[in-house]
Design a protein around this ligand. Structure first.
Ligand code: ZN
Length: 284
C-alpha cells in the first residue's frame, strides 16, 4: 500500500495531519449564530431599533464556545516529502517512491568517504554549524553517509538481498523508498577520532556521541532510532543516525524522550505491509 498509514489516519478523522486536506490545526470553523443565519436566509435585516433593543436586553442565546486548545506540539507529521516533518518508516514510504529533494547541498564538513555528500539546504547549514560548534569544544565529528537516492538505496538493498534474502537485508537496510536518507534530512555521524566505531554501537561510548546526544537537538537533529524502540521505529539502535526536524520539534521530542512516531501520535511501524520487497526495489 503506497499511500501508507498517514492517509488512513486522515480519512479516519481522528487526527489532522499537516499533509491532509483541511485546516492545519484541526479547529472547526465556527458556525454562524442562529440570529445571523436566520437573517441571511430570509434576506431581511431587523429594524435598527428592535435589533438594538434585542442585543441590549436579551442575553446572547449562543454564548461563545470555549476556545479550542492550542496545538500541543511544535509540529505534526506530514506525508509531503518536501516537509522537514515528513514521516518515513516501514508503514509510510515516500510518495512518490522515487522522490528526490530539489535543494540538495554539498556538505562542507569532514566525511569518511571519497566524493561529495549532500543534505537539503536547511539541514546542511544546521549540520555545518553543529560540527563547527563541536570543534570549538574539541569534539571532532565526521559524516559517513547523508542523502541517498532511490536508485542508490536500491543498489545497496539489492546487493545484500541477493546474498542474504529478505529478513537479513531488512535488518541491515531500509527498502528503497522507505529510507530517511532519501529525504535529504538524515545523516550518519561518527567521532572521527574513534574510527573503530564508525558503524558499531560503540559510538555511543565515545565523547563525541555524548556531545551529540546533549546538543544535536539545538541544531534541529534527533537520534532517530533510540535504544529499545525497535518495535516502534522498525529500526534497532542507531546512535549515529540523526534526523533533522528543526530545533522546535527536536527540543520537544528530546524533552519528552519520545520517538517521532510517539511524538506525532502515529502508529508504531515495526513491519512492512509486504513480506517481500516489491520488484521495483530489487535490481536483479
Ligand atoms: Zn542512517
Amino acid at each position: 500500500m503506497r499511500t501508507g498509514g498517514l492517509w488512513a489516519l486522515c480519512l479516519a478523522g481522528g487526527v489532522v495531519l499537516s499533509g491532509c486536506t483541511g485546516p492545519e490545526d484541526g479547529r472547526a470553523v465556527p458556525e454562524p449564530s442562529f440570529t445571523d443565519a436566520a437573517s441571511a436566509q430570509q434576506g431581511t435585516t431587523p429594524p435598527p431599533d428592535s435589533r438594538t433593543q434585542s442585543t441590549a436586553e436579551v442575553p446572547d442565546p449562543t454564548p461563545e464556545p470555549p476556545a479550542p486548545p492550542e496545538p500541543s506540539r511544535a509540529s505534526q507529521a506530514s506525508s509531503d516529502p518536501e516537509s522537514i516533518h515528513v514521516l518515513v518508516n516501514r508503514q509510510n514510504p515516500l510518495e512518490p517512491m522515487d522522490f528526490a529533494p530539489r535543494d540538495l547541498t554539498e556538505l562542507q564538513v569532514r566525511t569518511t568517504v571519497e566524493g561529495p555528500l549532500y543534505l537539503r539546504a536547511e539541514p546542511a547549514q544546521a549540520l555545518e554549524q553543529m560540527f563547527s560548534d563541536a570543534a570549538d569544544e574539541a569534539v571532532v565529528l565526521a559524516v559517513t553517509s547523508a542523502y541517498r537516492s532511490f536508485s542508490g538505496q536500491a543498489r545497496v538493498y539489492s546487493a545484500r538481498h541477493q546474498q542474504l534474502g529478505t529478513e537479513a537485508t531488512d535488518e541491515f537496510a531500509a527498502r528503497p523508498g522507505y529510507s530517511e536518507h532519501q529525504t535529504g534530512l538524515a545523516v550518519d555521524v561518527i567521532g572521527i577520532e574513534n574510527p573503530v566505531c564508525i558503524r558499531g554501537d560503540c559510538f555511543d561510548q565515545t565523547p563525541e556521541f555524548a556531545w551529540v546526544a546533549a546538543n544535536a537537538h539545538e541544531y534541529g537533529f534527533l537520534i532517530r532510532y533510540p535504544q529499545g524502540a525497535e518495535a516502534i521505529t522498525g529500526f534497532g539502535y542507531e546512535p549515529w543516525h540523526l534526523r533533522y526536524v528543526g530545533p522546535e520539534t527536536a527540543a520537544e521530542v528530546v524533552a519528552e524522550d519520545l520517538t517521532l512516531e510517539e511524538y506525532w501520535d502515529l502508529p508504531a511501524a515495526p513491519d512492512y505491509d509486504e513480506p517481500e520487497p516489491d520488484s521495483v526495489h530489487l535490481l536483479y
